[in-house]
Design a protein around this ligand. Sequence first.
Ligand code: MSP
Length: 540
Amino acid sequence: MIAGTSRGPPRMYGMSDGSSFYITTPVFYVNDVPHIGHAYTEVAADVLARWHRQSGDDTWLLTGTDEHGQKILRTATANGVLPQAWADRLVETAWRPLLTTININNDDFIRTTDERHKAGVQKFLRKLYDDGYVYSGEYEGFYCVGCEEYKQPDDLYYETGDAGLPLCLIHSRPVEVLKETNYFFRLSDFAQRLLDLYESNPDFVQPPAVRNEIIRFVRQGLADLSISRSSFEWGVAIPWDNTHVVYVWFEALLNYITAIGYGDDEQSFERRWPAVHLVGKDIARFHAVIWPAMLMAGGLPVPHRVFGHGWLLVGGEKMSKSKLTGIEPSQITDTFGSDAFRYYFLRAISFGHDGSFSWEDLSARYHAELANGFGNLASRVLAMVTRYFDGRVREPTTYSAADLAVQVMVGEAAVAANAAMGRLAIHEAIATVWTIVDELNGYITVHEPWVLAKREDGHDRLATVLYTVIEGLRALAVLLSPVMPIATQKLWVAIGAESALGALTKQNILSAGEWGQLPPGATVGVLEALFPRIEVEVAE
Ligand code: MSP
């Protein structure tokens, strides 16, 4: 293994060859309950993981919680409990339940208080210390506890007319002055190697706006990083000096390798690493600068890719609990369901850009695209098969040019969607699949099965038209199952595919666009409305 490089040339994810696809979310702070910004990363990672699983990749989705550091300690203390008890409570009552609320199929959940994590962190740090990448020194600076980070002048602003401490741009709260004798990581040694990495592998940090910001930042030169704290004890002890705990970011980043057996289970580690990291753009620097430098120092390959997605904005600002604009995922899923939640955020926002959330937009898309566009298509088709053919899918006869055009477009859309997923352009992949929904709706309007049904000689043509739309629905169910697992499963059963073709999650997504998979003779069932109209007034 060559230190500091990923193995082999960069892969196009989605071009499956059965190899490893390891994807992570950040580990989330347990100082508060999750909001839709956190759920957004989870859903994006889950959709990519499901897509890859159905492509036959050896897929692993990791998520978890970040439980050490001053921020959690202060929250716990303010609530009159010990930090471990606080973290346990939040994990069990809020963070694990989130995964059920939005239907995340993760393979592992790591808590940074897990023994496996603490042991791995200590092993890693000991190695860096032994190899001379860590030394003892003194540091004084402005520290934001909200960010758990020393701040640079660019990250701060002053309230007009206020002679006091500057405020953190992200949290709009005054920073604190911190002076400590700490252990330092020789981050400055890695500036050139990092720049070489960004240059030689342009996909390493994405999207381009984040990549440019990272390159600009590293070009200014890097200061060594203070990686220990001695003013409190809530953390992982520095292995050679237990008066210090490891700086929470340095420790938390290591979750991505401690979870897959770093220093403990070499086979598992080799099988999974390196990863694709999905993070919010606000924490891209930690992941695209500090993290690869840590890995280089530790003699390990860097991640395949760090993708910094945009923010969900409410009222034009980053939605956040601390600014009281937080919306809990269940506020949405209780009314619209988890499928609509997943679809909406991934379809409406270009992955990599900021997006404004509004209830009106959510409701409008739900009704136009899910209820009328997709749900209605499915119920109409099934109702027609039931009414005209006693619920049996009939063998198509001669395909007309229009039918063949549907087949070609389904095939092409499936290929294009896979390529978009490979670029992490999730919104584009869904929009591409949606062209099939629009095509099938248009096809029904043009070919009027209800008119064919009334014609003496219309029977054969009707069989072909209905086969065309139902086979189109078969492809849609497979292609949309990573995004909307519940609705597509209902559809899958209703079109008779479960008994004819087996489980939906076992269908290879890479061949979803190949025509003619649903065998004639399949029996369709009843389908309740996939996305019932919602009459209730949604909360403002
Ligand atoms: N604990 C660190 C991550 C450590 S990873 C080694 C952390 N946690 S967090 O809970 O504050 O944030 C986790 C993620 O949520 C970040 O990627 C952040 O960008 C994301 N989001 C928080 N608010 C968000 C929005 N309003 N919109 C989109 N994502 C947002 O940072």
